[in-house]
Design a protein around this ligand. Structure first.
Ligand code: HEM
Length: 465
């Protein structure tokens, strides 16, 4: 589809009209109340709407207008199958353009999107990701070495550090210690973005240098400065390229098909935005679930020892199903779209709800229960389980995410024995765009077989005592 058609579709919003001149049913509450309910507890809001109005319902969300939720396998498959031609993801992602930039994959569709995806596929495909495993293992060990027996650890905080290190050192290939130090402070603050900035474009004003928008702009400028300095240095150094994303994208220059600094910056910030916290949060939910489900932890530990990745992957998939980090992906119809007897005009905003699909009682018996057996030895049909989406915008980091989660899980469970700090399940809490465990997936360290920093086993013969 051409850019002009897509622009027209964006301008057409929010004129959506459906069957009998209306949209699918939905809550009648004022938009502001629906927005508050949706922002405070998106899973509960979506599930109660689906229960009451069926799998196609309309919510009114400030900043997005009328949003048509869709959560049947058939409806989702139809949208994702026709994604490239009939839907616009960039229009749905418009609210985060100021972070990821206009060259981001998230801000493109059609031919432009295909071309940008082609550039990023090579560094993120499975074969190349395997190159990152050694450094990932080292990063996990650095993190867990200090976990003292008897102490309580908030795994979400640990995984945020680990996934950020993996992204900066393995995926981006940054080695400069002062840049790493600064990014360790700045990136978590950047990703902890005030949701009001996303929901209310009206507050995106400088207001004399005070307020959330001005603060965010200063933060983004600092991160950009570091990223541009890294790109400049890496372009200037003519050494043999590594396997990281920056080296591979710059090596691409040699084919005469190079990326500009601005494009590279947008790619890196996109990977940080969509790849780092998602993986950290999903890892936290994994441990929250397996430590609180009788028998699950023992089963995963045994599988790690035996190198049986089918069980580990099943346990990861079940955690993604039972505790999604985000509920929906957004799409805007470019032309007229027919679904379940409704006729949706161009400009209709859809929330393709992978979260509601995965929690559907029609597809999953006792959907709230965590059970590795749902995915082992046979996985559910791919029409019922799409952890990484589907169609033209399917997650480009799926291999990286799976390899990273396996590496972190096995790195911990090989050395450390953990138990839940409390037996009760942790509640879901929205944090920016993420749904995180309320207490950060707290565990108690029962045993840590890794020698601690400075312990005799780590000292070399010539080291000072
Ligand atoms: C458990 C972790 C992850 C989950 C559950 C996840 C899930 C998803 C989903 C559902 C989409 C589809 C969005 C859409 O269709 O609009 C997506 C897109 C994307 N993801 Fe992931 N993701 C994860 C980790 C990662 C990682 C580690 C990276 C890379 C470092 C990454 C990079 C991307 C990119 C670049 C896109 C956009 C693709 C495009 O628009 O063509 N993701 N992800």
């Amino acid at each position: 589809m051409f850019a002009r058609d897509r622009r027209q579709a964006r301008q057409a919003r929010p004129a959506a009209r459906g069957r009998a001149g209306g949209l699918p049913p939905g809550p009648r509450l004022p938009a502001v109340v629906q927005t508050v309910l949706w922002a405070a507890a998106p899973t509960r809001f979506g599930r109660s709407c689906a229960e009451r109005y069926g799998p196609l319902f309309t919510a009114r969300i400030l900043g997005f207008g009328n949003v048509v939720y869709i959560c049947t396998p058939e409806g989702i498959r139809r949208i994702l199958r026709d994604d490239a031609d009939n839907f616009d993801a960039a229009a749905a992602n418009e609210s985060i353009k100021f972070v990821v930039g206009r060259h981001s994959l998230l801000m493109s569709d059609g031919h432009e999107h295909t071309a940008r995806r082609r550039v990023l596929i090579r560094p993120l495909h499975g074969g190349n990701v395997a190159e990152y495993v050694g450094l990932m293992e080292q990063i996990v060990e650095e993190e867990i070495r200090e976990w003292a027996p008897g102490s309580t650890v908030r795994l979400l905080d640990c995984f945020q550090r680990v996934t950020l290190e993996v992204m900066m050192r393995a995926v981006f290939g940054i080695t400069d210690s002062s840049r790493l130090e600064r990014l360790r402070v700045l990136v978590p603050r950047l990703l902890d973005i005030n949701p009001l900035i996303i929901l209310l474009p009206a507050i995106r004003r400088p207001f004399g240098g005070v307020g959330p928008w001005a603060r965010f702009q200063r933060l983004l400028a600092e991160v950009d400065e570091i990223i541009y300095a890294e790109i400049r240095d890496r372009r200037a150094s003519h050494g043999p390229g590594g396997k990281d994303v920056v080296s591979l994208l710059l090596a691409h220059d040699g084919d005469g098909d190079g990326v500009t600094d601005a494009e590279l910056r947008d790619h890196l910030v996109t990977l940080l935005t969509v790849g780092q916290e998602t993986t950290a949060t999903q890892l936290a939910w994994f441990f929250e679930r397996v430590t609180r489900t009788p028998g699950a932890l023992e089963r995963v530990v045994a599988a790690v020892r035996a190198g049986d990745w089918t069980v580990v992957d099943a346990a990861i998939h079940e955690a993604i199903r039972a505790r999604p980090t985000t509920m929906d992906i957004g799409r805007v119809a470019i032309g007229e779209w027919r679904e379940a007897g409704y006729v949706f005009p161009a400009g209709t905003m859809f929330a393709v709800s992978l979260g509601l699909l995965h929690l559907s009682p029609e597809l999953y018996e006792r959907p709230d229960a965590y059970s590795i057996d749902r995915f082992h030895p046979v996985e559910p049909s791919s029409a019922h389980f799409m952890p990484f989406g589907g169609g033209s915008h399917r997650c480009l980091g799926a291999s990286l995410a799976m390899v990273e989660m396996r590496t972190v899980i096995s790195g911990i469970l090989r050395h450390v024995r953990v138990e839940p700090r409390r037996r009760a399940a942790e509640r879901v809490r929205p944090k920016g765009p993420m749904l995180v465990p309320r207490r950060g997936a707290e565990v108690t360290i029962v045993e840590n077989r890794l020698p601690r920093q400075g312990s005799p086993a780590l000292r070399g013969p010539g080291d000072e005592r």
